[in-house]
Design a protein around this ligand. Structure first.
Ligand code: GRF
Length: 212
């Protein structure tokens, strides 16, 4: 069975969705860069090993990333999953996990990389917003895309209502992506593109629910 390590920084709802999804893998550890991340307590309630490594204890990104990689590699993961991990990672770290590092981002990439995605989407008046699970490359929020969910944007949406609609879909697409990866149905090919095995699966790499 494949082993995964999940990195978080905060509330951990995406991590919890993964833990509840009965995925065909062993969650070897949940690691946070913040000791007070609420998600750590949730992981512990599920009997998962946890660790906190504060980026503030290190002089620079390289030193933090080296310590983080050392902690991750103790668990020999096949897959490293960024579930609301709010640190920018160095190219050295990303390349070390090439093809086995994925992230969930709350926008339809390549639109709205970075932070405050819901506020910016509302400001622009886009009619479709969503979330993306992608392989991580050194180019922030630009890696090859595995699955996306697109949600409608309402005229009366606030960042909070839009965020809640997107988050509900995050909790669907993230477990799906990890399941595919653990089953070996999805991989990054030599050209850096995502390959999927079955036609049926290709039809589900976009989830597009309407309004309730
Ligand atoms: C999610 O919206 C995720 O897409 C983004 O940060 C948020 C983390 O939420 N990267 P949670 O900690 O998983 O609840």
């Amino acid at each position: 069975m494949k082993r995964i390590v999940i990195l978080i920084s905060g509330r951990g709802s995406n991590m919890e969705a993964l833990l509840k999804a009965r995925l065909p893998c062993e969650v070897a550890a949940v690691i946070s860069n913040k000791a007070d991340a609420a998600g750590l307590a949730i992981a512990q309630q599920h009997g998962i090993a946890t660790a906190a490594i504060s980026h503030k204890d290190f002089a620079n990104r390289e030193a933090f990333d080296a310590a983080l990689a050392q902690e991750i590699d103790r668990h020999h993961p096949d897959l490293v999953v960024l579930a609301g991990f709010m640190r920018i990672l160095t190219a050295g770290f990303v390349n070390h996990y090439a093809g086995r590092l994925i992230n969930i981002h709350p926008s339809l990439l390549p639109a709205y990389t970075g932070v405050d995605t819901h506020e910016r989407a509302l400001q622009d008046g886009v009619k479709i917003h969503g979330c993306t699970v992608h392989f991580v490359t050194p180019d922030l929020d630009h890696g090859p895309i595995i699955i996306q969910a697109a949600v409608p944007v309402r005229q009366d949406d606030t960042p909070e209502t839009l965020s809640a609609r997107v988050l509900r879909e995050e909790h669907r697409v993230f477990p799906q992506a990890v399941r595919w990866l653990c089953n070996g149905n999805v991989r990054l090919n030599a050209q850096g593109r995502v390959e999927t095995d079955s036609l049926e699966q290709r039809g589900t790499t976009l989830i597009s629910p309407g309004l309730d």
